[in-house]
Write a protein of this length. Sequence first.
Length: 319
Amino acid sequence: MKSSFLKISLATVVLVAILGGCGILKNLLDSKIEQHNTDSNTYKSELDQADNDINDALADIDGFGKTDYHDQIFSSPLCGVTIDCTDVSQGILYFNFDGTTPCFSPSRTRAGQIKVELINGNAWADAGAVLRQTFIDFRVTHLASGRSIEFDGVKTLKNLDGHDWWQFLLGQTTFAYESRSTNMEVTFDNGATADWNHARTVTWSYHPANTVPGIPYAHIGFAASGDTTINGTSGIDSWGTNRFGSDFITYYNQPLLSNTYCGLWRFNSGELVHEVDGDDYTLTLGVDQNGNPSTGTCAYGFEVSWNVGNNSNSQIFSY
């Protein structure tokens, strides 16, 4: 169960895939916006996967918390990674990626290094603990297409609630994480670069059986929201300059909510707005077949409204 609470990639991948993958939208959006959607998907999913791998590894390294620990470099059960623990007494680990081992689905390799530092707290499980992750030539290559994305820069991950597993399983506490990155340099296989920033909070909650109306079983709840305000726009999740030199922002009008009973990818509510060069489209999650907010336990689908060039319209899709 421990590894599941940083697996926010599913939610973010689904959102961006919905926006960029629906056939109707792909026919309306120009190729640059479609490519930006793909880039946004890749950016979020690869950083989320790195967060998940790091969280998994820290659960197995008892000394990561500025306490005594034997210095060593050891093979990791994570795919294509060795972890250098020689500085673990200082709260530092080095995740070294071999660049050759095919990993995950779709199959891809990872190269470079992520330096992980515990910069606040005595252990990662503590409330308020902060990890600083420095990405050094961290390149992910998709083997089928040969396309790659490289990250160079720093992001932080803050454990807002701590890991009290007993209280969590009683439904009396949550696991919340705050992710931040400023001026992450992203390089693509054609040499194009982008400047990416993000600021989001995700929360996981446990609900025992029969504690939520309409749901008889124990389940896990998920919530995500952008939590930064820029130029009067609140709820911003990400912003920057894409590979085409266009400014972009993505923000939430309403937090995104889902659960494991209906499926984490079947959001019950939430609203996300994506803007690139003055064009915008809005994703309203958790609607019925008529596009109204769902009143059932699990929603029918989502509605996409767009204003791209001279094209303004909306369409309802099922999950």
